[in-house]
Ligand binder design. Structure first.
Ligand SMILES: [Zn+2]
Length: 119
């Protein structure tokens, strides 16, 4: 583990650790407004090596682990890495934001249908 970490630390810029500072902020799911499960793992003096935000209600997930970012919403999911170019990260994050809106609207429609069917 320590060897793996040392290799990783050489490659990852310090800015990638910023998410660790948000771990104590109360956060709500952007899709269903449920309470997000938020947590992080710390490894000795290395500090934060993993952080996640996850909704048990609808499956929304944003996880960062050893330089890999994992995003999931609905049936859509994607990974990007510390080596992913900025432009590509921007594109992925923009797509993630769009998928959140889509999923939110899809759920709204489903709820409407549910009530319509019940008269
Ligand atoms: Zn949710």
């Amino acid at each position: 583990m320590n060897t793996r970490w040392r290799q990783f630390k050489k490659l990852v810029p310090a800015e990638d650790f910023y998410e660790c500072y948000h771990e104590n902020k109360p956060q709500l799911c952007p899709i269903c407004h449920g309470k997000l499960e938020v947590g992080s793992y710390h490894e000795g003096y290395h500090g934060c090596v993993e952080t996640y935000r996850q909704c048990k209600g609808c499956g929304y997930t944003r996880q960062w682990s050893y330089g890999t970012t994992y995003l999931e919403v609905g049936k859509w999911f994607i990974n990007y890495f510390y080596s992913t170019p900025d432009k590509e990260v921007e594109r992925i994050e923009a797509e993630f934001a769009r998928e959140i809106v889509k999923e939110r609207n899809r759920r709204k429609t489903e709820i409407r249908k549910y009530y319509r069917n019940r008269g």
